[in-house]
Design a protein around this ligand. Structure first.
Ligand SMILES: Nc1nc2c(ncn2[C@@H]2O[C@H](COP(=O)(O)OP(=O)(O)OP(=O)(O)O)[C@@H](O)[C@H]2O)c(=O)[nH]1
Ligand SMILES: [Mg+2]
Length: 309
């Protein structure tokens, strides 16, 4: 099970105090000698290519950067505190007071979320000292959305994982019984030296009545996908399946469909041994590699077009 949401308290460090001191040079003369304090540690968010969800934050509810060091006499500067680097997975967005304050979607992205306080000024050559800056504290939510290009969606047993495995050469569990897949999985699929990241999802539950509560929570992860592939293995009624799937996405969050390309795919066509007479519906069989390659090619073309728009 992936952990895709956590609440955390982040705080940058205070600046170190400026020192106030005098050095007596003679019985009659003394000079101000207090050094400045060091800067407080920043809190910086950075992408790590080795993290795939937010589980590492589960037990850790706060991240507090160190304070800067205090200045000292003889005009000695206090050390700046090291920044606290918080590594997060690619695709993490940060919410504070219901507002998205950053969305880390590129592999080199980083974000200074809490700036450390400035160091206090010592009295060296000044005659007086100035107080240091405070750190900044923030209650934030990390909301992880899987960074995939293409999502496979469908009712139970429609062939999502089989297709995902064929695309990625993985061996995730495939079975005749429904709800085999219980969590989102994603991986890269390579075709002609180009990469498509595909997302396999748990099955949609079928609504028995329109009032029935169904929480398709996994749907938040189609947010970053540019293409949604709807799958159905019901050759006589696939149009109804596609309609119902779209309806479910709209109930969950209509904005998830905005700007996305939607493809309809009839699966397991080797079983029906024929073609469907609707050019808007693509067909596939995981037992026929040319149909897999055909779909990979189509997805790549659509992604390229989408990039150039
Ligand atoms: N003949 C044939 N069988 C297929 C094909 N694709 C999938 N199947 C079979 O259909 C069944 C369901 O496949 P899955 O890939 O587990 O389906 P799923 O949509 O991931 O299922 P859930 O995770 O339970 O929602 C398995 O028995 C597969 O072997 C296909 O192209 N041809
Ligand atoms: Mg599955």
């Amino acid at each position: 099970m992936i952990i895709d949401i956590v609440k955390l308290y982040l705080q940058s460090g205070k600046g170190g105090k400026g020192h106030f001191s005098m050095i007596n040079l003679s019985a009659l003369k003394s000079v101000d000698s207090g050094g400045n304090g060091g800067k407080g540690g920043d809190v910086i968010l950075k992408i790590s290519p080795h993290i795939y969800d937010l589980s590492k934050f589960r037990g850790n509810k706060q991240i507090i950067a160190k304070d800067g060091e205090t200045g000292a006499k003889f005009n000695k500067q206090g050390k700046d505190a090291e920044p606290s680097i918080v590594f997060v997975p690619l695709g993490t967005r940060v919410i504070e007071k219901e507002k998205i304050i950053c969305d880390l979607t590129e592999k080199n992205d980083e974000f200074l979320i809490c700036k450390g306080g400035f160091g206090g000024k010592g009295n060296y050559r000044r005659g007086y000292s100035l107080s240091a800056g405070e750190g900044v504290g923030k209650e934030v939510t990390f909301d992880y959305r899987i960074p995939a290009d293409v999502a496979f969606l469908g009712f139970a047993n429609s062939g999502k994982t089989s297709l995902f495995n064929s695309f990625t050469n993985k061996t995730y569990k495939v079975a005749e019984y429904p709800f085999t897949t219980s969590s989102c999985i994603w991986a890269d699929s390579e075709y002609e030296f180009k990469i498509i990241t595909v997302l396999d999802t748990p099955a949609f539950k079928r609504r028995k009545t329109s009032e029935q509560f169904i929480d398709n929570k996994f749907l938040k992860h189609i947010f970053r996908c540019k293409i949604i592939v709807l799958l159905s293995d019901d050759c006589s009624n696939c149009e109804q399946d596609f309609e119902d799937l779209i309806k479910e996405i709209k109930i969950y969050d209509e904005s998830l469909l905005k700007g996305k390309i939607i493809l309809k795919l009839l699966t397991k066509v080797d079983k029906i041994g024929g073609k469907i007479n609707n050019k808007d519906i693509l067909t596939i069989s995981v037992n026929e590699s040319q149909t897999i390659e055909g779909l990979q090619k189509k997805l790549l073309e659509l992604l390229e077009l989408n990039k150039n728009e």
